[in-house]
Ligand binder design. Structure first.
Ligand SMILES: [Zn+2]
Ligand SMILES: [Zn+2]
Length: 278
């Protein structure tokens, strides 16, 4: 816990700071990327983020959006860029239109509709791929890659003067390389990871586990479009990244209970890389 009542985890060179309580509130800040994932409520510090990635339209992920944009305006900050699943753009504009009427004020909102498969420019040397997840409403995961520029193979070992001359002549010496750094999958059933096994190789994978024991069965959990820990455990064995961060725990399970499940039931090969977000 930070002094502002937020949870914080530093993994894979990134800071994950915020709240991710299943059905209550999800909003995660990643300051190294200047990205804010979901706005269930306005967590302390969220006002400084210029770019927001919304996974889906449930209130525990989206309910704070109007307030956040309004607060930004009061602070004389520009409206943040808000990437949303394309299906919710039109209803959101209706909601903002209603606020316009209620407040008698024309708040500028910069909504950017996103389709599955879109490749978004989300910052300097950062691209985010949007992938369709499996939930009760249209939902997206966002997988963020860092772009580096590597010398093309044909120039390896060439003398420096030759490279300088080639560059001066307009030859492209490097090619972009994408390194997957972070994937935040939002609310989803386990099928998402089965359909996109490449996500299991991302450096930091943030995935939901809403149910942690038999108080909610796998069937009940799936009915509401979520992941049960019984489904996560076998899939986790294929995780090859640095940190698998489990979020969106239902408040019927304590942090201690969830951590005990990780220690007792997750495969030894991955256990030390599994984190329960407080
Ligand atoms: Zn949720
Ligand atoms: Zn949801």
């Amino acid at each position: 816990m930070t002094r502002r009542g937020l949870s914080e985890l530093k993994v894979g060179g990134l800071t994950l700071r915020g709240v991710a309580k299943g059905g209550v509130e999800t909003s995660l800040m990643v300051p190294e990327f200047k990205l804010l994932f979901d706005v269930g409520q306005v967590v302390s510090g969220a006002q400084s983020f210029d770019r927001i990635l919304i996974s889906h339209g449930h209130a525990d992920h989206l309910g704070g959006l109007h307030y956040l944009i309004s607060q930004r305006h009061l602070q004389d900050r520009p409206p943040p860029v808000v990437h949303v699943p394309a299906e919710i753009e039109a209803p959101l504009r209706v909601i903002f239109g209603a606020w316009r009427e209620i407040e008698d004020f024309d708040l500028t909102v910069d909504l950017r509709p996103v389709q599955p498969g879109d490749d978004l420019d989300v910052g300097k040397d950062l691209r985010a791929r949007a992938l369709r997840t499996t939930h009760r409403v249209p939902s997206l995961a966002y997988c963020v890659d860092r772009i580096t520029h590597k010398l093309k193979v044909e120039f390896h070992g060439r003398p420096r003067e030759e490279l300088v001359a080639a560059k001066a002549a307009g030859v492209e010496l490097t090619s972009p390389v994408r390194a997957p750094q972070l994937c935040v999958t939002g609310d989803t059933q386990i099928e998402f990871l089965q359909a996109h096994p490449e996500v299991l190789g991302v450096r930091v994978l943030v995935h939901e586990v809403t149910s942690w024991d038999e108080r909610r069965s796998v069937e009940q959990t799936r009915h509401w479009g979520h992941t049960h820990v019984d489904e996560m455990i076998p899939v986790s064995e294929g995780f090859t990244g640095e940190a698998l961060v489990l979020v969106h725990r239902s408040m019927r399970h304590s942090l201690e209970e969830a951590r005990a499940v990780v220690a007792a039931r997750f495969p030894a090969s991955v256990r030390d890389r599994v984190h329960v977000f407080a």
